[in-house]
Write a protein of this length. Structure first.
Length: 445
């Protein structure tokens, strides 16, 4: 039975037929590729590792950038026992047993690094259970996550660790790893094939190794991996996009803000990236409909109709045919004059409704379909604007507490310029604000 306290790097990994990515996993900082902003000479994390003063930490970054590898290197460099803990396979009972052993090891002068992969999958109770052991120094906790720790790690634990952000590997780093992988696998690849693997990897070392390993299988001895073989394995580039995670919100935010900035090219790119990664096109078009009202609004009222037409195209045609309709909509929205006055006006109306007491509707605005309601002065003082030459009555339509309040503040751009001028003219004809006639409670006479 394997010990819970495994060596950081099993010496017989290759002999057991481990995956290629595992076989080329570096054992020292000198062999580690990427993350120069954290591990370059003189950088804080590198200095902490070399001085054996490693704090508990969360390593946050996309898949395949070296989070697990870095944790193993830290354990090896600091001569610490390495314990890999799983949320799926272990619970609170197992954690306490492990922590008891770690505490015994500490008393004997041996440090323990507890590596928790995908720490975002641990529930609150499990995360709470780490706290006393982190505080006492029984273990050095290294958590790894692809999700934003701000949302996935409890505040009490987050306050006791440092968060290091790991970045997707650049193309040069992937090329270095591919060279190592080719040597370990004993295979050759054409320049075009290596370039294709770099594109497909999208900064993920594990993906690069997996593609190379599969491509090398079933090849005759001495044969070279060609680009056709690589493209046969992976039909299209794997895009970093998680429909339920933070990247989902990051990308749709990029769509929205690119259109707001009238950048049609950027908006098209982000929309295409979402669709190609498998996003529901109806979700995308819902956001475009929202944008048409929120950020364009009265400056170009036709934008809402264009967005709704795009929605119907997606429903009627489906993808990929409706992709052109989405592109047409995105370009139109980006090119439109922008105004968020309808959005801010509605927000102001909501604030007014929440912040003031719910006064009764003024009597002159109420219908009076019965004799009793007429006797209670329902409708008294109402003036029908259609019957007036000015087209507007000198009548306050807000309750007394809000009389004269301006909720809509127009933006002098596009079609909204005409709307502003018309409303100002109506206000001029109406005259200065006055109190509503007969706004008292009709039940009290």
């Amino acid at each position: 039975m394997a010990s819970l306290f495994d060596d950081p790097e099993p010496p017989d990994a290759a002999a057991r037929g481990a995956p290629l990515a595992e076989r080329i996993r570096p054992e020292t900082l000198a062999g580690y590729v990427g993350q120069e902003h954290l591990l370059g000479p003189g950088k804080a994390l590198r200095v902490a590792i070399e001085n054996d003063q490693v704090p508990s930490m969360i390593l946050w970054g996309p898949p395949g950038v070296g989070k697990t590898t870095l944790a193993r290197i830290i354990a090896r460099t600091t001569a610490s026992a390495f314990l890999n803990f799983s949320a799926v396979l272990s619970g609170i009972k197992e954690l306490r047993e492990v922590m008891a052993r770690a505490e015994n090891a500490r008393r004997q002068g041996r440090k323990t690094i507890l590596f928790v992969d995908e720490i975002h999958r641990f529930n609150k109770a499990q995360q709470d259970a780490f706290l006393p052991f982190v505080e006492k120094g029984s273990i050095t906790l290294i958590g790894a996550t692809t999700e934003n720790p701000s949302f996935e790690v409890i505040a009490a634990l987050l306050s006791r660790v440092r968060v290091f952000v790991l970045e997707a590997l650049d193309d040069d780093a992937i090329r270095v790893l591919l060279a190592r992988a080719s040597e370990a696998e004993g295979c050759r690849a054409s320049d075009e094939a290596r370039a294709a693997v770099v594109r497909i990897a999208n900064g993920d070392a594990r993906t690069a190794c997996n593609v190379l390993e599969i491509a090398a299988q079933s090849l005759e001895a001495g044969a070279e991996i060609g680009v056709d073989r690589v493209e046969e394995i992976v039909q299209r580039k794997i895009l970093l996009y998680d429909k339920t995670g933070e990247e989902h919100y990051n990308v749709i935010s990029a769509v929205h803000k690119s259109i707001r900035n009238s950048d049609a090219d950027a908006a098209l790119y982000w929309v295409a990236r979402m669709i190609e990664a498998g996003e529901d096109p109806l979700y995308v078009v819902r956001r475009l409909v929202r944008f048409a009202s929120e950020d364009i609004g009265l400056a170009n009222p036709s934008a809402l109709r264009v967005a709704l037409d795009a929605k119907e195209s997606v429903r009627f045609l489906g993808m990929p045919e409706a992709g052109v309709a989405l592109a047409q909509c995105v370009i139109y929205l980006a090119a439109s004059p922008k105004s968020n006055s309808a959005y801010t006006a509605y927000s102001a109306a909501v604030d007014a409704a929440r912040e003031t007491r719910a006064e009764p509707v003024p009597l002159h605005l109420r219908n009076a379909p019965t004799r009793l309601m007429k006797a209670l002065d329902y409708g008294r003082g109402y003036a029908n604007a259609h019957a007036l030459d000015a087209g507007v009555a000198d009548m306050e339509c807000l309750p007394d507490a809000l009389a004269g309040r301006r909720l809509y503040r127009g933006k002098d751009v596009g079609d909204e310029s005409d709307i502003i001028r018309r409303l100002e003219e109506f206000r001029r004809r109406k005259g200065p604000p006055t109190g509503s006639p007969g706004t008292g409670d009709p039940r009290v006479r």
